[in-house]
Design a protein around this ligand. Structure first.
Ligand code: GDG
Length: 482
């Protein structure tokens, strides 16, 4: 079987790496003996090759059953590529925050340069039948750069965050560039059907792009397939972990009800909106005062970017105001933790919470929604309150309570409804949600993508064969007369 080469900005490090993407692909990689390539910032002299070598070398990270290699990028270049173009241009663009885009020429240059270096380095290690799977917005241009290096292998791309609308893509000075980068892949995987529609719309507005009957796109001399592959979690194992750890994860008195949120502290996650809705709930439904606790875990992220510093300040002010208003002796309604909690503990906390509050303004999928469902006790489950703007709403929207992050009153009423919901309704909703989370889990996601990439590669081989036949060249060897 051909080898799988996974390429992502961050690579699984350590001897026992965890994280959604690693878990998703570990079994496949172990089975097939794959290669994982990532990027790290550091001194180029750390690399095994000469620092000024025209072809950057990859550094080995032995220790797992699949190979790991890393491209080292000098800190200044890395910052412009990662904090700059990736997280101050593409991230806000894809999350509908064009007002936060910070377009600087040096960011775009660094972004293209890092992708070019990565392509040059990776090309040296590729075998002709490798299948390549590139992940996320840091690496949009990678296939294009690999094609420049003469790589003909099948290359798939998966975007973990939302695809931007055609109107917002206009905020990029070089709109056609994104389409050219995407068209260099054979398969582009997106989280939801809504993302596929947005991506098609972007191509539709470009001269020279053709939409084909089978849903694929011809752009310039390339054909690319677009499909949605909603990412899942390792649901069964997560549920078992939650059942094991819930005893050590109690927070409030038995009498009070826990509402939980767990997110990176990102402006796309709708955290101020949740705080305002909680404030509204305590204001308008005073039966809950003294009886509910809202725990919001907000793990630190990208703190060198201004927009992230601003949202942190906003949350500190809001949480102080809410607690100042509704606290009593022995009662603090809102616990806002600006830190990361151990994963075992987090699973137990989800299980103890009566409400899972997952209210992003924009989100590719949102794994917390799926983790919350997987963690519940089916006999006495909590209720998922989910934003319609999370990708997860396409799969879970029918059985979760859908809240609008822009409407504090409606969100507060959803929380009230969730806290008051009778057991049988909670059980019915949870059973339907769990069925989806268990069946469309992370292995299902990885296998569906890789199968589609394999099928696409086979189609291309077949088309090549047809083209040869049409041109009168026989792909078959002539049989010699005996
Ligand atoms: C991107 C896309 C897409 C959170 N706090 C703690 C903690 N977490 C874990 C959660 C979950 C993960 O972080 C967050 O995943 P999300 O999916 O919610 O969001 P992003 O980080 O923005 O991920 C997203 C995802 O990629 C996958 O494709 O769904 O849309 O934006 O696993 O549990 N984990 C621990 N402590 C915390 O305090 N241990």
């Amino acid at each position: 079987m051909s080898r799988l080469v996974v390429i992502s900005n961050r690579m699984p490090l350590g001897d026992n790496p965890s994280g959604g993407l690693v878990v998703a692909l570990r079994d496949t990689m172990e089975e097939q003996g794959g290669l994982w390539v990532g990027i790290a910032q550091g001194d180029e002299a750390d690399q095994s090759g000469a620092p000024q070598s025209p072809v950057p070398r990859l550094q080995d990270h032995p220790g797992l059953s699949f190979d790991r290699k890393c491209l080292t990028v000098p800190p200044e270049l890395y910052d412009d590529y990662y904090l700059g173009y990736s997280n101050s241009v593409l991230w806000p663009l894809c999350h509908g925050r064009t007002d936060l885009i910070d377009l600087q020429q040096r960011y775009r240059k660094a972004y293209i340069e890092v992708n070019r270096r990565l392509a040059k380095a990776v090309a040296l290690y590729l075998k002709p039948d490798d299948r390549i799977w590139v992940h996320d917005y840091h690496l949009f241009p990678l296939a294009d750069a690999l094609r420049e290096e003469g790589v003909l292998n099948p290359i798939g791309f998966f975007l973990h965050i939302p695809f931007p609308s055609a109107a917002n893509v206009g905020a990029l000075t070089h709109v056609g560039e994104l389409a050219k980068w995407l068209a260099a892949y054979d398969l582009v995987g997106l989280q939801t059907n809504r993302d596929v529609a947005s991506c098609l719309e972007v191509f539709r507005t470009l001269p020279g792009a053709q939409m084909l009957m089978d849903g694929s796109i011809r752009y310039r001399d390339r054909m690319v397939d677009l499909k949605s592959f909603p990412i899942g979690i390792e649901a069964k194992a997560f549920g078992q972990m939650a059942a094991r750890t819930c005893g050590q994860s109690t927070l409030a008195d038995d009498d009070s009800k826990l509402v939980i949120g767990a997110d990176r502290l990102d402006y796309s996650k709708g955290l101020p909106q949740r705080f305002l809705a909680f404030d509204h709930l305590l204001e308008t439904r005073d039966e809950w005062r003294g009886r509910i606790n809202y725990l919001q875990i907000a793990s630190p992220t990208r703190e060198d970017v201004q927009a992230y510093r601003e949202i942190r300040e906003e949350l500190e002010q809001l949480s102080g105001a809410i607690n100042g208003r509704f606290s009593d002796i022995g009662y603090t309604p809102l616990q806002y933790l600006h830190r990361t909690v151990d994963r075992n503990r987090l699973a137990g906390l989800y299980r103890n919470a009566k409400v899972g509050l997952v209210i992003p303004l924009a989100d590719g999928m949102n794994l917390v929604a799926k983790e919350y469902v997987a963690a519940q006790d089916p006999a006495d489950p909590g209720v998922l309150v989910l934003s319609g703007f999370a990708g997860a709403a396409e799969q879970l929207g029918e059985h979760a309570l859908i809240a609008n992050p822009y409407d504090s009153h409606q969100m507060a009423e959803c929380i009230h409804k969730a806290l008051s919901m009778p057991l049988t309704e909670r059980q019915e909703r949870h059973a339907a949600l769990l069925e989806n989370v268990l069946s469309e889990d992370v292995a299902w996601w990885a296998n569906s993508f890789l199968k589609a990439l394999r099928d696409k590669a086979m189609d291309e081989d077949f088309l090549q064969l047809l083209a040869q036949l049409r041109e009168g060249q026989s792909p078959l060897k002539p049989v010699e007369a005996s």
